[in-house]
Design a protein around this ligand. Sequence first.
Ligand code: NAG
Ligand code: NAG
Ligand code: NAG
Ligand code: NAG
Ligand code: ZN
Length: 414
Amino acid sequence: MDFARLWLGLLLPLVAALDFNYHHQEAMEAFLKNVAQNYTSITHLHSIGKSVKGRNLWVLVVGRFPKQHRIGIPEFKYVANMHGDETVGRELLLHLIEHLVTNDGKDTEITHLINSTRIHIMPSMNPDGFEAVKKPDCYYTKGRENYNEYDLNRNFPDAFEFNNVSRQPETEAIMKWLKTETFVLSANLHGGALVASYPFDNGVPATGTLHSRSLTPDDDVFQYLAHTYASRNPNMKKGDQCKNNMKFPNGVTNGYSWYPLLGGMQDYNYIWAQCFEITLELSCCKYPREEKLPFFWNDNKASLIEYIKQVHLDKMKDKAFMKPLRIKSLPDAWVTVPGHEPYLTKVIIEKKSQNFSALKKDILLPFQGQLDSIPVSNPSCPVVPLYRNLPSYSAATKPGLFLLSVTVLHIFFK
Ligand SMILES: *[C@@H]1O[C@H](CO)[C@@H](O)[C@H](O)[C@H]1NC(C)=O
Ligand SMILES: *[C@@H]1O[C@H](CO)[C@@H](O)[C@H](O)[C@H]1NC(C)=O
Ligand SMILES: *[C@@H]1O[C@H](CO)[C@@H](O)[C@H](O)[C@H]1NC(C)=O
Ligand SMILES: *[C@@H]1O[C@H](CO)[C@@H](O)[C@H](O)[C@H]1NC(C)=O
Ligand SMILES: [Zn+2]
């Protein structure tokens, strides 16, 4: 420990530590604005839209270049409180923000994370629901839904069947956001159970529903991601902590196996935004008393940080837009770009590498000349379920934009 810095730290505290209370909209806004003011160079606060009652849907971005996408820096997001009465994630994300900004330049791991990742944090997707619940309650209350009484996690277009619902402003805001940022990895924080759940939440026989599950072609990656989170949470990993009949081996489950649902956000992220999203259920009690919040922070802090790091995992990203393309087998990687011949390349990974270090490989596609003449159009959200088009391919291999060259990022976790 460097004494000069220690003393400086004691004399000039930049932050009055965030308390472990629930922060209602006004207090949450004040905190986020404060952070954005105190840490201008690494944060960017913006609202992606408004709730039914006109509350801002705040997102704080943390990163070395927080204002816009940079080549080589992938986009990551956390979204909490989409069910207004599931409150733990909301407070955990505020604490995560504080932890990130106050450790920049002090803690090597966090500094590296901020240097190499653009981290988008949305503490509340359903602020109206949160405000509608008057006091802590472990079970379902009306604040689960938005002000128009729609369950937002049933409100997205569905990959497998037509979801005939009136699209809510909170959902529209997320859909628009997913078009403006090229997210690679995400988690969606809930409560009422203790498990990391991965896509699909809905399905058809081709995805395994006859066997009571619904798996993506990227099931190995999703299982790895869910385990990354659950295994670092001492209670989640036990798998049966909520004293109900449901056992989740190692604290992980496929969404459909748990129970099928239509119009969920994680399936939407994967199919329409090529973003790998899992759903984290963080507390048996949906809205626990504030005294419990330090316990939840303690149980989830390591997982929250480790999960962000996975954005650097085994992905190929195009240089222009950082869309991931899955590599099926290393060291030989097939690079596929719609409308062009697949391209085979060799990727050499050195054995003795650090755990958290990415290999970057630029691959210049041989048909670059042709791409120049193709106009870039924005991918629009198809009305017809997409799944029929991707029986055995990763949704992440369906980029809506064109590639000029690609980058391989691979993390060494073996
Ligand atoms: C921001 O800085 C002010 C003034 O130093 C301090 O009072 C406040 O607690 C800080 N807030 C945060 C969230 O860092
Ligand atoms: C992070 O980036 C800063 C400035 O760009 C650099 O000085 C620092 O060495 C980097 N730190 C780590 C741990 O990557
Ligand atoms: C969608 O729901 C509305 C209202 O319930 C109904 O009138 C309409 O026929 C439904 N459309 C389809 C295609 O199911
Ligand atoms: C890599 O991970 C292993 C096991 O988790 C750990 O023992 C080792 O110290 C890590 N190495 C580095 C360079 O972080
Ligand atoms: Zn929920």
